[in-house]
Ligand binder design. Structure first.
Ligand SMILES: C[S@@+](CC[C@H](N)C(=O)[O-])C[C@H]1O[C@@H](n2cnc3c(N)ncnc32)[C@H](O)[C@@H]1O
Length: 288
């Protein structure tokens, strides 16, 4: 790229050889906003602004990362989820818009003033549990993940939102959890999870996802069901009677085998995402 380049030149550039993504223009706008510390409106009202050498160099190096397929969320170190920019970094699963369905499903079932004890299985960046805490001011959260980097990121997000004193972070395998491991004396009202649910041999997964996101966040046995089964069992002995477990599943995932997994848990409802796919399942722990 030559030296005298404006905001408008960059946004309109089509022959940068850069671009494989469908959302190139959007990506350029986001990268430029990052470099110029501004929002999109600023870009469109400063179309003729020249980038100085330092800004151009910074833009180019961010763009080079994008060119090799690194997800925008890792480049920008943030991903918007339920109205908030969560910090993310390489090594940690990027929050997805469809997971907002899980948060909405929970919110449609609980009174915001209740003093809930919540566990987030496989918390990743913390996007599900921390979004819920924002709506439940009296709730407390235990965030569990097997990935230490994810827990660190989740801690940063809790700190950024001023929620640290309401969250306990546990670096554990969910399948090994029991009440003792969680140091819980009070009953658990609500468990949420977006477990890994992709089958090992599923070749529909986008190449960039497999290349850049942590495999332990994605894959779950031959049918993509290992974690779904195992975590439902764990939920069944951590929840209080009447307590709820909400978890995400893949588009068209065959969950019929869950019918006979746990007799202490009853399926209550399923929720669709904005595209009309069933993505969230709600179970309730039986009374007595
Ligand atoms: C699909 S990601 C979801 C992350 C986050 N909840 C979200 O929705 O963006 C699954 C998460 O589960 C974690 N995980 C995978 N296996 C686990 C296990 N056995 N115990 C605890 N966490 C696990 C991964 O590290 C990853 O952070």
């Amino acid at each position: 790229m030559n030296k005298s380049i404006t905001v408008g030149n960059l946004i309109q550039s089509r022959n940068c050889n850069l671009l494989t993504s469908h959302s190139v223009r959007q990506d350029i706008e986001l990268l430029l906003s990052q470099v110029l510390h501004c929002d999109k409106t600023y870009l469109y009202t400063h179309w003729d602004q020249l980038l100085n050498k330092k800004q151009m160099k910074q833009f180019q190096s961010l763009f080079n990362l994008r060119k090799i397929g690194i997800p925008m969320a890792y480049i920008l170190e943030k991903q918007e989820f339920y109205g908030y920019d969560f910090f993310v970094k390489s090594g940690v699963f990027i929050p997805r818009p469809e997971t907002e369905t899980l948060v909405s499903s929970v919110l449609s079932h609980w009174n915001h003033q209740e003093e809930l004890n919540i566990i987030d299985f496989g918390c990743g960046s913390g996007c599900i549990g921390l979004s819920l805490l924002a709506f439940f001011p009296k709730a407390r959260l235990i965030s569990v993940d097997i990935n230490t980097e994810a827990l660190q990121v989740s801690k940063i997000n809790a700190k950024n939102r001023g929620m640290t004193d309401r969250v306990i972070f546990l670096n554990k395998n969910v399948s090994d959890l029991d009440k003792e491991a969680l140091f819980i004396s009070t009953p658990v009202d609500l468990i949420v999870a977006n477990p890994p649910y992709i089958a090992f041999n599923d070749n529909r997964v986008e190449k960039n996802v497999v290349s850049f996101e942590p495999p332990e966040a994605l894959f779950s046995g031959e049918q993509g069901m290992y974690h779904i089964h195992s975590w439902l069992k764990v939920a069944s002995y951590l929840l209080r009677p009447g307590g709820m477990y909400f978890f995400e599943v893949g588009v068209g995932q065959d969950v019929s085998s869950l019918r006979c997994t746990v007799n202490k848990m009853r399926k209550k409802a399923m929720f669709k995402d904005l595209l009309g796919h069933f993505r969230v399942i709600q179970y309730q722990k039986c009374y007595g």
